[in-house]
Ligand binder design. Structure first.
Ligand code: ZN
Length: 340
């Protein structure tokens, strides 16, 4: 919190940069009627069609949109079953090119067979061993056998990394609490925890807008003692807006809730990317008090400094041409949509 017009850089604690091109995609063959069919008809159709060039420009646009909203660190969770090897380098390079920090992982899952599972595991290992920052990624317990889940936890333990995994996002993952109870560690990142039935070790990434979008219910993150951070789950990286939605949902559930809780969740992102605390965002509004920001629309960054370098000046990125990024992203979106 700050009383002036500056804050540290904001953190998006759970993103899917590969979904940035999804806006405007062709409608699914039939209307999804629950969370499982949303995954099958929308997201799993999309991720299977991705190649490395689409991933690059999807990540470039996502990173640009993050920077334009004062978000200097993205904790990404990636899936592209037909372009796995090297995909995490492409995402990390895109974030670096724009000037935002990244933490990457590849989602290990059994939904594309044993070969796909092993390739996902290998991409996490390759990326982290080559010095990349991030987690070992896992989709969710309901698409992982016991052996696959243990392989994920084992690799993370061997590499001294945490696991970034979806937990109880919808009812179809209700068994996750019991399966993760003995595996989860303090350095794990648990996305959603909407239907979680017991405490687990790790940081919780709360994604209030996405949870509404998928009609999975309210996660009630205030019920846990864990550190809570805010994520977008792939719907942009406007973390001030996510804070405002987090507050509104908290208040809807508990009329005594104040914006200070949602603000503390926004600051929970520094547990994941501490370096973002050293970044500086100068905003168009002051004071940057949670009680003001929860009720003030349109607050925008004027200048952003990451690692000592001005990467946004007068609201415009300094490292990339935003028009070119948007043009290239639109070209890749057209290629992608033609495959769906
Ligand atoms: Zn997610």
């Amino acid at each position: 919190m700050s009383s002036g017009s500056e804050t540290p850089g904001l953190v998006c604690a759970h993103h899917h940069l590969y979904s940035t091109l999804a806006r405007g995609m062709p409608a699914p063959p039939r209307v999804p009627h629950d969370f499982a069919s949303i995954l099958e008809l929308v997201w799993w159709r999309l991720d299977r069609a991705l190649d490395l060039e689409m991933i690059r420009w999807s990540a470039m646009l996502g990173a640009l949109e993050a920077l334009e909203r004062g978000t200097t660190a993205i904790v990404d969770h990636h899936a592209s079953p037909n372009a796995i090897e090297g995909s995490l380098d492409v995402i990390a390079e895109a974030c670096q090119a724009v000037g935002v920090r990244s933490s990457c992982c590849y989602e290990v899952t059994d939904r594309n067979g044993a070969t796909g599972m092993r390739a996902g595991l290998a991409e996490n290992e390759r990326f982290l061993k080559s010095g990349g920052k991030g987690f070992v990624g896992a989709h969710a317990c309901f698409t992982l056998s016991e052996a696959s889940l243990e392989a994920v936890a084992g690799l993370a333990s061997d590499l001294g990394a945490g696991v970034h995994i979806h937990v109880c996002e919808g009812n179809l993952d209700d068994g996750a609490g019991a399966r993760l109870e003995s595996l989860a560690r303090d350095n794990w990142l648990l996305a959603h925890c909407v239907h979680l039935d017991r405490p687990l070790r790790g940081t919780i990434a709360h994604n209030p807008r996405s949870n509404m979008n998928n009609a999975v219910g309210y996660a009630r993150p205030a019920r846990w003692h864990n550190t809570v951070a805010l994520g977008s789950d792939g719907i942009g990286a406007d973390m001030l807006e996510e804070f405002r939605i987090a507050y509104a949902r908290h208040r809807e559930d508990d009329v005594t809730a104040t914006p200070l809780s949602a603000w503390s969740w926004l600051e929970g992102g520094y547990a994941l990317v501490p370096e973002a605390r050293t970044d500086t965002v100068t905003w168009s509004y002051e004071p940057l008090d949670p009680w003001h920001l929860a009720f003030t629309p349109g607050v925008r960054p004027l200048e952003v400094v990451v690692d000592g370098e001005v990467v946004l000046r007068d609201g415009l990125p300094t490292r990339v041409d935003p028009l070119e990024v948007r043009t290239r992203a639109r070209e890749q979106a057209a290629r992608l949509f033609a495959l769906l």
